[in-house]
Design a protein around this ligand. Sequence first.
Ligand code: ADP
Ligand code: MG
Ligand code: MG
Length: 906
Amino acid sequence: MAKQYVFYFGDGKADGRADMKNLLGGKGANLAEMTNLGIPVPAGFTISTEVCTHYYENNLNYPEGLTDQVNNALAKVEESMDAKFGDKENPLLVSVRSGARVSMPGMMDTVLNLGLNDETVKGLVKKTGDERFAYDSYRRFVAMYGDVVLGLRPETEDDVDPFEEVLEAKKRDRGVQLDTELTADDLKELVAEYKEALRKHSGESFPEDPRDQLWGAIGAVFGSWNNERAKVYRQLNKIPESWGTAVNVQSMVFGNMGEDSGTGVAFTRDPATGDKSIYGEYLLNAQGEDVVAGVRTPQKIDQLEKSMPDVYKQFQEICEKLEKRYRDMQDMEFTIQQGKLWMLQTRTGKRTGFAAFRIAVDLVEEGIISKEEALMRVEPNQLNQLLRPIFDPAQKRKAVQGGRLLTKGLNAGPGAATGKVVFNAPDAVEWTKRDEKVILVRIETSPEDIKGMDAADGILTARGGMTSHAALVARQMGKVCVAGAGELQIDYRKRQFEVNGHVVKEGDWISLDGITGEVLEGEIDPHPSEVLQVLIDKTMSPEESKAYHTYDRILAWADEFRRLRVRTNADQPDQASKALTFGAQGIGLCRTEHMFFGGNRIQAVREMIVADTKQGREKALAKLLPMQREDFIGLFRVMDGYPVTIRTLDPPLHEFLPHEEEALKQLAESIGVSFEKLKNRLSALQEFNPMLGHRGCRLGVVFPEITAMQVQAILEAACTVKKEGIDVQPEIMIPLVSHVNELRAQEKVVREVAKDVFKKYDVEVEYLVGTMIEIPRAAITADEVAQVAEFFSFGTNDLTQTTFGMSRDDSGMFLPFYVENKILQGDPFQSVDQQGVGKLMEWGTEQGRKTRSDLKVGICGEHGGDPDSVEFCHQINLDYVSCSPFRVPIARLAAAQGALREKQTN
Ligand code: ADP
Ligand code: MG
Ligand code: MG
């Protein structure tokens, strides 16, 4: 028997099935499946993708036997519909629709009403008794065929559509406004004029023979597989050439046969909220794409329940059937012809992240899918849509349409914020004291801005990337942040910024969408996240919120399957307790330098830096000690029962000194040294490349008294809270080690201080000493480093910088180019470079555990909250990841996906 190229569907039986997408395309496979399910689908047939492949492999020739198979299938359709293709009395009309495995813009548009000519149109008049309808269908067909098959369409954006031109002339001539006001005779004339326009413009005459029309349209679908638009789309989306497209030929049903007919599109659930109710729109007396094209305002699907209750009920049953079969929310097209419902398409529907979570959880609770499936269907990053405030979509759309979109930057801190513009941190603090909502706008931020950033509702910077100071701190604080909006021209002195011709002054309202990176003029209300209202603000009870229920279920299921533990990066008790509510199992990184800016600590820090003797430094450090101890006591109390990793001082010292003349003078005065001396000290601290300079453990090695003070503060705090009955588990982490001897020197300081503290407090606390692995040498010699280190934590921000030999802050000049031109697959500061940096992590973990089998290994770089990186950490067997508080749930989910994917492949 010859190979089957043509697959019939109709009368409750189809040759194809849903799982034959590769052969029949998505549309064809689902039309077949719906038919098999007993759902009313107009009969038709699908010409397989293999024909397309054959066509291109054989000089644009069809395989042998195709014509016969098409004729046979067409005969079955005729029988089913009780009409004949090309018949003058009782003509069958069809649509020709393209359909690849995945839906693809750039493919040929659908041709409707095919089979009409000057003779068959008379049959259609007779059959329907509606001359106007028949000629309206005919003139639409000629225009559609002329456009999509014969290629008569406007060539440039300035050209008018040739058919539109003829139509407009006719309406002018008749003195009418709307198409619907034209009479049957007008439309009859239009058909002739359309055909004439075709002849004139393209030299081709319109094919009167329906079989020629059919083969013309089939050829055009296959031809469109290789048009420029489709090729570009395939390239961008990595769709292989060899897939090919299928062609669907399907008998027409008409939604334009009066007020008991119509056409529409609908989803089985609300694609924006996930709500379990049919969501859609339809138009009465309309055909094909009229709903999407927006020619008239469509009606909500609920209206159908009132106007055609029987049809609506049948539609509801179909929705249920489809969801059961496809086990997911469906996006459907339907047509009602004189009170009878026909389904024309179904596919799994696109949805917002918010809806994706809701639907996944509901489907589990309805017994349709398993927990594992639900977890694999959602995207961890989209959890943000449940956690963060978001703008009301309608309000935002209105703002954008009203020209209020100022510019776009990087979506560095997700969420939505609105407030008045201020240009410096002290103002942010002052204004918020007066109960104003503010957005802090800076060229870039530095550690000095921390308090202002904390006070502001949102942060906007003109410079810096996804891992710039602003972005990093904003994420840790859970602030909305748009970073690196390069079009902003900020003038601190005039207290205004200019962007694309708009001037925004201090006190003006702006709105930031941290999920998209958009900056908008004016005020837009953010909707608060229900999950946070339940978890953090406690202004809503768990039972009240469907969103919270969704969040709670997904994460409970994630915890069932994940192996990787999730900690958080936090320096303050409030951040830490937020992270605990999000499910953090410890602190993976506490940056002590952030504490140096709190209260009036900075003064003591500066005294310490300026001092030129050990005694001088120790005197200043002694002032810091009680303050740091208080910080740690606060943190330990919150983290009762969980490990807390504290990193000793890391940044180069000059970062703590003011750089402006005026501030320097003040400082000199307040600590009682001469201005000259202070200036000299500052210039002595100047480094060409501070990122690779005197920082990390190199500070502690040269100035062991700094490490000693910090360790004393940590362990005194630990002893204090232990006496309160708190289970305290400090882990002291030495940064930027490259040689084991550096760690050895620091460890000695730690152990000696510990002995003294325990004696003084008359209590002992179990603690660990470990290191960050953020220099390739440390990873390479991990077996040696583990002789001293009791734990490793990969500092992947620095490890990426040092492995690539590129500075993150300067990478803006070339990294975007690299990513765009595929020199690199992605930004290595966002997602771990698995082939390079990842290899060091893998090697370091293995070698370290060779020396010390119970070595705890984690990651504390920004990557700890990136789903792909989290999954990678699972694969290389780390014990935990650590990320900013708001990313804790995201990491929990990603860790579960990693574990589940591993189970699937084994
Ligand atoms: P697309 O892939 O762009 O959605 P379709 O082939 O689904 O293209 O069709 C475009 C429009 O024409 C849709 O509204 C569809 O429902 C309608 N349509 C397609 N075939 C028929 C038919 N046989 N009878 C009635 N309407 C049809
Ligand atoms: Mg469609
Ligand atoms: Mg580092």
